[in-house]
Design a protein around this ligand. Structure first.
Ligand code: ADP
Ligand code: MG
Length: 558
């Protein structure tokens, strides 16, 4: 990946820079890096890059630069092929000008009440985003006047032509002032586009993101068609099923990274984020945790992941479809190193499937569609894992006679068959998990953290209500609390006592028994302090990590 310039290098209006920052864009996509400076100059341009590469902001940022908020005339018009795209572009433009005051944007498209649009247009709209048919309609009615319009964008030009809008587009272009900037963006470059450019543009500059031949490592690649809201649930299912030693998850924005890390932590995974807003020391710490296996899921942006060189990454997840083919290759190249197992999973939302098709074509690789694993699949995997462990114990020829005696007694005294007993044990071994199986359409849910001692990554528990302090399996008068911090990240009982006493002021000697495991700890506190402890501790860090603390459930207690 070559070094591209940053948004800071582009001389952008600070208010736009701030919006870009808030949208979580870490660096300009390749087409943005190339096209923004050209559009900014005010010349006519054809910009060509695949779907999903950020073309909207590539023309959107300079267009916003050139709009004068004090002038109420329509200064720019963006033509889009469909109503959905017009709405999408309008949303993106609104986000980009969030901090610029006085710029009015209106999407106009067929199917929406025209009288309503006319009323809005009367208020003075500087930026119109519309489908060609409806724009023409307003021009004929003189409810939209283009005599002061300085810029026109033909967005997704190839698609507009495919949809038969050529005549409409030409009519609109003819009625525009001669003195204007004509901006054309497209994923492909059919002849008709060149013709339009020749007729309606002057001294066209062509900006393309050129494809390189890319070699993709030979690893299994899958994709899933997912709704955005379900992405994190699908990710957890895949993590549970494949149980990768280390996973690298890529998001396209810094914000996406932060949100996903929170979500995964809430579900009981050990995940940390890596992105450009973090200080070097923070990054180093996160990388160290990942290398040492203290964190087994690293969520990162493309920029932040540059130079990550860890051998045991068994799975790469493209939580967002990458902005560029090259990014895809770089991302998945992080797994399957040195002959190790490696898999790449890509989540695709709606139209992004076209982007994936392009990636496959340019990278000459096959990415297979897979159904989203069902709850049953997850459960079966867990059963299989328990059975595997069972086999291992039997085959290790460890002396099981003491255990056998217990079972024998049970079978003899209570008239169960040994199959009944085995089945009950199997159920018990997976029950913790089974309860957390939920279907998609339920409300958002949270899991506590109990992944057990032995790779039981799937062992997630539903979090209890923080108010529910009954039945935590503690001594009389005490409440047993669960904390998702244990020996594995170097926590010692003293750290727990210190944190509780320090945060809540309860004397250390009132703190009851502490049971510490690899990844979590149980601690008992007097009932009357429990709520305060939970409240105070949820804002505290232990060993530099914010912790989940909650009343233990009997199940967690084993
Ligand atoms: P295209 O028009 O090329 O198909 P879009 O402009 O619709 O692509 O952008 C696709 C997605 O990428 C949008 O969600 C957009 O917000 C996001 N995006 C655009 N630029 C960047 C960037 N520099 N970094 C991260 N995400 C970006
Ligand atoms: Mg687009």
């Amino acid at each position: 990946m070559e070094e591209t310039l940053t948004f800071q290098d582009m001389n952008l209006d600070p208010r736009i820079l701030r919006a870009v920052e808030e949208m979580g864009f870490e660096q300009p996509s390749p087409i943005q890096a190339k096209a923004i400076p050209v559009v900014m100059e005010g010349v006519d341009i054809i910009g060509q890059a695949q779907t999903g590469t950020g073309k909207t902001a590539a023309f959107g940022i300079p267009v916003l630069h050139k709009i004068d908020p004090k002038d109420r005339h329509t200064q720019a018009i963006i033509l889009c092929p469909t109503r959905e795209l017009a709405i999408q572009v309008a949303d993106e433009m609104r986000k980009l000008c969030k901090f610029m005051h006085g710029i009015k944007i209106l999407p106009i498209y067929g199917g929406q009440e025209i009288s309503k649009q006319i009323r809005s247009l009367k208020g003075g709209i500087q930026l119109i985003i519309g489908t060609p048919g409806r724009v023409m309609d307003h021009m004929r009615r003189h409810t939209l006047k283009l005599e002061h319009t300085k810029m026109i964008v033909l967005d997704e030009a190839d698609e507009m032509l495919d949809m038969g809008f050529r005549e409409d587009i030409e009519t609109i272009l003819k009625e525009m002032p001669e003195e204007r900037q004509t901006i054309l963006f497209s994923a492909t470059m059919p002849k008709a586009i060149e013709e339009i450019a020749r007729t309606y543009q002057k001294d066209t500059q062509i900006v393309k993101v050129i494809k390189k031949e890319l070699t993709v490592p030979k690893i299994e690649q899958y994709y899933y068609e997912v709704k955005p809201k379900r992405k994190s649930e699908v990710l957890s299912r895949l993590l549970d099923i494949y149980d990768p030693k280390l996973s690298l998850v890529f998001c396209n924005t810094k914000r996406g990274v932060d949100e996903l890390v929170e979500d995964l932590k809430g579900r009981g995974y050990f995940a940390e984020g890596l992105h450009g807003d973090m200080k070097q020391v923070q990054r180093d710490r996160v990388m160290k945790h990942f290398r040492d296996g203290k964190t087994d899921i690293l969520v990162a942006t493309d920029v932040a992941a540059r130079g990550i060189d860890v051998d045991d990454v068994e799975a790469v997840f493209n939580y967002d479809v990458p902005q560029d083919d090259e990014f895809y290759v770089h991302r998945i190249g992080r797994t399957g190193r040195a002959g190790r197992e490696g898999r790449a999973f890509t989540f695709v939302v709606g139209r992004e499937v076209y982007k994936l098709r392009d990636i496959q074509r340019y990278c000459k690789t096959k990415i297979k569609l897979q159904p989203i694993p069902s709850i049953k699949d997850v459960k079966n995997t867990r059963i299989e894992k328990v059975l595997q462990e069972t086999r291992a114990i039997i085959e290790s020829e460890e002396d099981l006679s003491e255990m056998i005696n217990y079972i024998e007694d049970m079978v003899n005294d209570e008239e169960y068959t040994s199959l009944d007993v085995a089945a009950a044990f199997l159920k018990m071994a997976i029950t913790n998990e089974e309860d957390s199986f939920e279907d998609f359409d339920l409300e958002p849910h949270y899991y506590g953290n109990d992944r057990g001692e032995k790779g039981g990554r799937g062992r997630r528990n539903r979090k209890r209500s923080l108010e529910d302090l009954s039945d935590t399996g503690a001594e009389e008068g005490m409440v047993r609390l669960f904390i998702n911090s244990g020996k594995k990240n170097g926590t010692r009982p003293g750290d727990i006592v210190g944190a509780i006493a320090g945060e809540t002021g309860i004397p250390g000697k009132l703190i009851g028994s502490i049971d510490m495991f690899e990844r979590f700890t149980f601690v008992e506190v007097p009932e009357e302090y429990a709520k305060d402890v939970i409240k105070a501790m949820s804002k505290t860090k232990i060993k530099g990590r914010t912790v989940v603390i909650e009343p233990a459930s009997q199940r967690q207690n084993g």
